[in-house]
Ligand binder design. Structure first.
Ligand code: ARG
Length: 622
């Protein structure tokens, strides 16, 4: 099944071709959900935009379109209405909604709700990407869960998704750590004594302090970086040990979060080491300029780059068609993208250039999405404009590779400052998750102690539900935000059973499933029941269920997860209204009962698939 929006669009497209010839193919029929149910379900605004071009009154254009579509649309909608300046109002027929719902096949292991896959693209999603030798803190939560949801949504759409964990495993922190440990605890370097990540972190802090007051130590640290990048065996062994230790820390965090990253998705900065000299040499060969001070190439009237060597460092400068610099320092000078330092060291930027090239040429990416916080916005702007100017995104016979920085805001404490512990430290992600689960367990235990609310859960059930609800609540509170905004982290709000929260949706799911189970117990197999829509509350619920496909489509295209969460919240709310006004188990006829039970089933499946795309586990009872 195509989305409803897609089916309506197709009809309009056919009519537009009849009206305008081949040119009609490229006209967007501008179909939107109606703002108010009184105007129907969808509306098209295309007549207004065509009127000028056709030199006709918008209402006349609307009428001509309506005359062309009406014979095609008889099964789909009631007679069209033309309203106001030339809106075409579309009211779907109840029978057509029911046909589409009845066509949804029974759930399979990987439920698609009967939705057709899109034309597949290869999409690389770069997310999580923690830095080695440091524990993950709340700052890594957002990239990890937002990126994982993108990956899941795109996979659901039918795309080939390649997850990349661009682990920070190659930077100067290793030089410091190794130099420091050589002095302080050499046994830690060959693995003959165990050091945990928390110790490494402490050593790293101490090493940093030492470096800031001891230039000789700085030199040693630099020498260790050179040894590492040059592949010196002892240094490499120590490095490997740190990397493994860090992985032992973050893999279980992914497990708890229900994040699908595996060690096979790990392609850290170190992977690109061998490719860096080649990338830099290629850019220098093609775009190197003889100038010593940055200037645009004469006579070039499109965005371009120049590569300039200054004090041994290689810098990329970006130019607008006007010859103005694209990026400027606060003093208004052209601002460089540095790809090699004067001591010959490569940088974060260099690795990212090598990584884009690898993703396009070796992984075959059509689209690359980077999930990091907004502070890296300038880095990615410079990266993308370098790559585009270098021509790496152009492919013959295919559209240009899409590069996107999906940035996000900060998590704030109730004091509106970045979330920290009471003593002002970064909150460790694993501590935050422990607290979430504990709080959820306490809420369930409080209910169990109340005779009116007691459900009789076993200890094992309480623990299982607390895991699902606690982690789900933290994830949902984050994913339901507009990702670019900062948001305030409030335990009570995210764990509440009311409002747009994970517990509310999970509870709605469990409740609907229990209604369905009761129905199935007394009527046996329900999968053959036909849906018929008579009551208004049935109709709006049915329409909402059918809008899942188009919701995922726009959430995945615009990388806006909150469209999905708002949708799920709406579906759960419409179900509650339906359940209040339309008796299900006590429906007047067996046919109506079967029809309504199927609506229950489809609602529960929609919620389950939606929550699964957010990486949130549902439970059958809570
Ligand atoms: N490790 C980096 C950090 O913690 C994030 C890397 C993001 N990905 C990339 N290709 N630059 O800030």
């Amino acid at each position: 099944m195509k989305s409803i929006l897609g089916q309506i669009q197709r009809l309009f497209q056919t009519a537009l071709v009849q009206l305008l010839g081949q040119q009609g193919r490229s006209v967007d029929p501008l179909i939107r959900p109606a703002a108010d149910d009184r105007f129907g379900d969808y509306q098209s605004n295309v007549a207004m935009s065509l009127a000028k071009q056709l030199k006709q009154k918008p209402r006349d254009v609307a009428q001509r379109l309506v005359d062309l579509i009406t014979p095609l649309a008889a099964a789909l909608c009631e007679p069209f209405e033309i309203a106001g300046p030339g809106f075409i109002n579309i009211r779907l027929r109840n029978e057509w909604l029911a046909i589409n719902l009845n066509a949804v096949p029974p759930a399979e292991a990987c439920d698609r709700l009967g939705i057709e896959p899109a034309d597949p693209q290869t999409v690389v999603v770069d997310y999580s990407s923690p830095n080695v030798a440091k524990q993950m803190h709340v700052g890594h939560l957002r990239s990890t869960i937002i990126g994982d949801t993108f990956a899941r949504m795109l996979e659901f759409e039918g795309h080939q998704v390649i997850r990349q964990n661009h682990v920070g495993d190659w930077g100067k922190q290793f030089g410091m750590l190794i130099a420091y440990l050589k002095e302080k605890m050499p046994a830690a370097l060959d693995g003959s004594s165990t050091v945990h990540l928390a110790d490494l972190e402490q050593f790293y802090r101490e090493a940093n302090a030492k470096a800031s007051e001891d230039p000789a130590f700085q030199d040693k640290a630099r020498a260790e970086v050179v040894a590492l990048h040059g592949g010196h065996p002892a240094t490499l062994r120590a490095w490997q040990y740190f990397v493994d230790e860090s992985r032992n820390h973050y893999m279980p965090v992914y497990g708890r979060l229900g994040v699908k990253l595996t060690t096979a998705d790990e392609r850290g900065e170190s992977f690109y080491n061998d490719r860096l000299p080649g990338v830099v040499a290629d850019l220098n060969r093609e775009f190197g300029a003889p100038d010593t001070s940055p200037q645009p190439r004469p006579g070039v009237h499109e965005p371009h780059i120049t590569v300039i060597e200054s004090d041994g460092a290689l810098c990329i400068f970006h130019w607008l068609p006007s010859g103005e610099p694209m990026f400027k320092s606060p003093e208004g000078k052209p601002f460089p993208f540095i790809i090699r330092k004067s001591d010959g060291a490569y940088l974060y930027a260099t690795t990212d250039l090598a990584a884009v090239r690898f993703r396009i040429r070796d992984l075959g990416a059509d689209r690359i999405i980077y999930v990091t916080d907004a502070r890296q916005a300038q880095h990615f702007e410079m990266l993308f404009s370098t790559v585009r100017a270098a021509g790496w995104t152009r492919r013959s016979g295919k559209p240009e590779v899409q590069l996107e920085h999906a940035s996000f805001g900060s998590i704030l404490g109730e004091d509106r400052k970045p979330l920290k512990t009471r003593s002002g430290e970064n909150i460790r992600l694993s501590d935050l998750l422990d607290e979430a689960v504990n709080r959820a367990a306490n809420l369930i235990r409080a209910n169990e102690a109340d005779p009116n609310k007691k459900r009789g859960f076993t200890e094992a059930e309480i623990n299982d539900i607390a895991q699902a609800v606690g982690i789900g609540a933290v994830k949902y509170a984050d994913l339901s935000q507009n990702r670019q905004s900062d948001y305030v982290f409030i335990w009570d709000k995210m764990l509440a059973l009311e409002g747009n929260t994970a517990p509310y949706l999970m509870y709605a799911y469990a409740r609907i499933r229990s209604i369905y189970r009761k129905g199935a117990e007394s009527s046996g197999d329900l999968t053959g029941g036909r849906i018929t829509l008579t009551e208004p509350a049935e109709r709006v619920l049915a329409r909402a269920i059918l809008r899942f496909a188009e919701t995922i489509e726009s959430a995945a295209a615009g990388l806006r997860i909150n469209l999905l969460t708002e949708y799920l919240y709406e579906v759960a709310g419409l179900f509650m209204k339906f359940y209040e006004s339309c008796p299900v188990l006590g429906a007047p006829t067996p046919e109506q009962r079967a029809s309504r039970l199927r609506l229950c089933d489809l609602t529960a499946r929609t919620l389950a698939v939606g929550l699964d795309l957010l990486g949130i586990r549902t439970v059958e009872r809570m």
